[in-house]
Every structure is written in C-alpha cells, then in structure tokens.
Ligand binder design. Structure first.
Ligand code: PEP
Ligand code: MN
Length: 337
C-alpha cells in the first residue's frame, strides 16, 4: 500500500502517519517528491484497508499496490533512482557505457582493453574474474588474480570496475575490489546470493535470467532491496526463445516496460542479447532508443583469441564507431553521453 500525503501536509501529520505504520508492525519507506510525499508500506498490508489512513489529517489518498514488488515499484518511488559510482551517475539523462572483455584473461589483455574503451569514452570497465561457464571444461576465470588486474586498471585509467560474483561466500572478497557487483543471468534466482549482495554497500547489476519474466526480474531486485541495498540496476541481456540464429533474443519490450514499472536504472546488454558482433551495434542503439539508461558492451582487442564470448565481442575500432553513433543518437533523444 502507498499513502500519498497532501502537498499541504505538515511535518506533524506526516509523523502521525509514520507512527501508525509502526504500530501496525509495518515498515515505512519515505519518498519525498516535488509536491507530494509518498509513504510506501511494506509488510502484511492485506489485513488493513486504505481507509485506515485516508481518515488521517494530511493524507490525500491511500492505495493498494497490486504488484508483488514493492520497493522496486515506481508507485512507491515515482522519481528515477540515480546510483552514484565514483563520479559516474547511473539513471540520469547522461547515458552510462560499461565496456571491457567478457573474461579477464591476463594483465596485459585487460590493460590493453581498458585503454581502448577509455579512449572511446566508456565510463565503467567490465571484466569477469569468476566466470559462470556452461561447461566445467571451459575457462573458469582467473579468480582473485583477475580482481587484482581490474583494480590496477581502475587506478591507471580512473574508471570504476564491475565484475560478477557467483557465490554468497565470495561476496565480501569481490566487494573488496569491485565498484559494482554483477549478478549473472544464471544466478538471477539464487536467493541466498541476492540476500548476500543486499547486505553490502556496493551497487548491484542484476541480469535477467535466461527464462525469467519481467516480474521475476523485479522480484529478484526486490530481494536485494528488502535486504537493505537500494542500489540495483535492471539488465536486459536477452532471453531464450525458439530462435537459434542468435544466441538469445534481446527483449526490447522489457526496456520500456521496466522503466514504467520501476524507478531503478535499466541497462541493455546487446552482446549477450545477440551473441553476434555484427548485431551488437544496431541492438545497442535500439536499446537506447527504447529508453535504456546505459549499455554493457563486450570488447576484446583480438576477439578470435578470446577465452570466452569472442563471437559477440567488438574490436576497439568498432566499439569506437558505436560510441560515435551513440553521441548522435543521445542528442536526438534529449540525452547525452
Ligand atoms: C557476462 O556478462 O559475461 C555474463 C556471463 O553474462 P550473463 O550472465 O548475462 O550470461
Ligand atoms: Mn560474456
């Protein structure tokens, strides 16, 4: 349920509503808008009627939130959430581009790629150190050694770093290096992991599961938020359909749908969403045109030699060409890069 205060409501009237919420054993989440203050109620609200609040002085109306996601719901929090990572703001008019290799393969490969993506104007460096591979015989990542190379690249190039965390017991280790914690598609419904990243201070980059609905993605964001971490990004990275020409089917619908349903930043990942480098730039542009707040793009200096996801990785010069196009597109959409 949400309780919307009148623009004329006094601080005392607001406090009285908050006291009633507490007495009912519910949690209140305050969102102060330009004219209205909205109080989001979390807990077992089924047993109370909106009328219990509507009779109180200063209350304009109280309405039930039909969706099962509450903290992630735009009704709870009408303004966009902006996530601050160093100097980078995610969820504002300026688009945020995260780029780098699928896997951190070596110190030199990472630094070479970091240099290239920085030159092209990327804001955040990505690279996997713990890799969720479909085969146990495939490269599994460099682990902590990879995290060290990412941290070194951050120092050299002044870019925040994002990397995946796969297990609850590795959250503290990964969070001690990374600026943003990535939850991979395969772990979107690993509830113990979602709870664990909910308890740390670092923002979470939550990728949509291979066969997850939009509501399931939002419920996973709710897990992180309900555990205390409000800084979650929602990521469309393609879902599995009957189509086999592409690795996944990038669900463009999800971008405006998520923006409407939630206040959280929405990011598009056309690399995993297509699996083919020739499709990455067009789908990246489509994601931005549909309202995404940013992109994650895999870049590798020599895709043919990549340890993972070479087929969908852009060479630096193609990434640069995409960034040039994105400048024009952003301007046409009233955004910037
Ligand atoms: C990745 O970002 O390299 C990755 C493994 O992504 P996903 O979890 O979306 O497959
Ligand atoms: Mn990858």
């Amino acid at each position: 349920m949400i309780v919307v205060m009148k623009p004329s409501a006094t601080e005392e009237e607001l406090q009285r509503v908050l006291q009633r919420v507490e007495k009912l054993g519910l949690e209140a989440h305050l969102s102060a808008g330009e004219s209205h203050t909205i109080i989001g109620l979390v807990g077992e609200t089924g047993r109370i009627t909106p009328n219990a609040f509507e009779v109180m002085p200063g209350v304009e109306r109280a309405v039930r939130v039909a969706e099962p996601f509450k903290l992630a719901n735009r009704e709870f929090h009408p303004q966009n959430t902006v996530i601050q990572v160093g100097d980078v703001s995610i969820g504002e008019e300026k688009l945020v581009i995260m780029a780098g290799p699928c896997s951190v393969e070596s110190r030199s490969q990472l630094l070479e790629t970091a240099h290239a993506v920085k030159e092209a104007g990327a804001h955040i460096l990505r690279g996997g150190a713990f890799k969720p591979r479909s085969s146990p015989y495939s490269f599994q990542g460099l682990g902590e050694e990879g995290l060290k190379y990412l941290a070194e690249a951050r120092e050299i190039y002044g870019m925040p770093i994002i990397t995946e965390v796969m297990a609850p017991e590795e959250v503290d280790l990964v969070a001690s290096y990374a600026d943003i914690l990535q939850i991979g598609a395969r772990n979107m419904q690993n509830y113990r992991l979602l709870q664990a990243v909910g308890k740390v201070e670092k923002p979470v980059f939550l990728k949509r599961g291979l066969s997850a609905t939009i509501q399931e993605l939002l419920m996973s964001a709710e897990y992180v938020m309900a555990n205390g971490n409000p800084n979650v990004m929602l990521v469309e990275r393609g879902i599995r359909t009957y189509e086999t020409y592409t690795r996944n089917t990038f669900d463009i619908n999800a971008i405006p749908a998520l923006k409407q349903l939630s206040h959280l930043p929405v990011i598009g990942d056309p690399s995993h969403g297509t699996g083919k480098w020739r499709l990455v730039a067009p789908v990246a542009k489509a994601a931005i045109a549909a309202g995404a707040d940013g992109l994650m793009i895999e870049v590798h200096p020599r895709p043919a030699e990549a340890f993972s996801d070479g087929a969908q990785s852009l060479k630096p010069k193609r990434f640069q060409a995409l960034m040039d196009d994105l400048h024009l597109l952003a301007a046409a959409l009233g955004r910037s890069l």
